[in-house]
Design a binder for this molecule. Sequence first.
Ligand SMILES: CC(=O)N[C@H]1[C@@H](OP(=O)(O)OP(=O)(O)OC[C@H]2O[C@@H](n3ccc(=O)[nH]c3=O)[C@H](O)[C@@H]2O)O[C@H](CO)[C@@H](O)[C@@H]1O
Ligand SMILES: C=C(OP(=O)(O)O)C(=O)O
Length: 422
Amino acid sequence: MDSIVVKGGGALSGQIPIAGAKNACLTLMPACLLSEEPLTLTNAPRLSDIRTMTELLRSLGAEVTSMQDGRVLAMSCHGDINTRAEYDIVRKMRASNLVLGPLLAREGHAEVSLPGGCAIGARPMDIHTDGLMLMGAQIDLRDGYLHAKAEGGKLKGAVIDFPFASVGATENIMMAATLAKGTTVINNAAREPEIVDLADCLRAMGAQIEGDGTSRIEIQGVERLHAATHRVVTDRIELGTYMLAPAICGGEVELLGGRINLLQAFCEKLDAAGIDVTETDKGLKVARRNGRIQAVDVTTEPFPGFPTDLQAQMMALLCTAEGTSVLEEKIFENRFMHAPELIRMGADIEVHGGTATVNGVKKLKGAPVMATDLRASVSLILAAMAAEGETKVSRVYHLDRGYEHVVTKLRGVGANIERIKE
Ligand SMILES: CC(=O)N[C@H]1[C@@H](OP(=O)(O)OP(=O)(O)OC[C@H]2O[C@@H](n3ccc(=O)[nH]c3=O)[C@H](O)[C@@H]2O)O[C@H](CO)[C@@H](O)[C@@H]1O
Ligand SMILES: C=C(OP(=O)(O)O)C(=O)O
């Protein structure tokens, strides 16, 4: 199992290229199941989750070719389709649940293993299944699998009011509705940039969708979708993560491909904490203003609010802020597993339920720590980059799910970091 060793150092400078979004690409890939013609994605990130989705799509009968060192994914689904998404693959990754809508729309039935929970919390699918049932699907849970069948073999349009703006449910229903008979309306839809990216891709495939990026999305079903090529949107979570590197360590770093509108709420918190963010021709420049970082309170919310996927990294910043910060996690019930590890590095954090209170200390100190999930892993690396001495982060395989070439990217701006095999 690999570990990452970081020696805390001084200010950073240089540029970091930002990849295509994991959470967009994992949604765009299952869209290939909606058409007999090929779907090509460019700007794909090189991540283990993408390889898992490739394995899942192949198991369903899709041809997936990875080109240009994984940057381009060509997917084609013209033959017979296997409609059963097996537990052995689905359990590896929450995003596997995104094949349900496309399989049901194309074949009229599907059997998809429930993803269950993961380290950060439960990953229920009731909002997805309630929506599909309104579209005429019959869905039962048997042997850990959702067995779904469309009445008469074809889904029909429906008006669906979500009780919560679920990202995954919006994506599943949007994909299912592209081939349904009639019009589907999703009220209280998720508004994340990854939803807009999916809508752009589906439109390029011939789907009729309006309202993405707002809380009301309307999809007019069509007979078939066709071939398309689509560029995956910039990864706003990778962007925000690397924006925190100069914020924590000092110096100035340019994030290539970044835009403020992907992370407005996050940028406002950085400003309040004493970090300057400016848009350039190529991306975003981030620099820490003089003096200590200031404490800020953060509440995670659906987009356009502060993203849950940046809460752990923000906590790493606030550990050394002047004053007390309160972080409230509103999306996942168990997303503070980085707190005990940051405490091992000298942070002063108290967690009560979904609230973490961080009393800023002057300096963190290197320690052996353990990565518990994807964003927790990278928060420990960020904290270690400004800590005194050496930190060893073990179980970094979590990191490979969401960050490509993290060591190369951080070394490129001056961090003292290496990956070791044990
Ligand atoms: C709103 C939000 O921030 N969603 C995040 C969520 O998307 P993801 O699609 O995984 O999660 P959802 O947006 O669906 O769900 C978030 C919340 O809704 C609840 N829920 C969800 C579906 C359902 O059928 N029933 C239900 O109760 C979940 O338990 C959770 O508390 O994780 C992704 C990372 O992997 C992030 O990129 C998304 O930004
Ligand atoms: C938790 C994440 O991913 P997933 O939903 O795929 O587990 C994430 O991207 O931070």
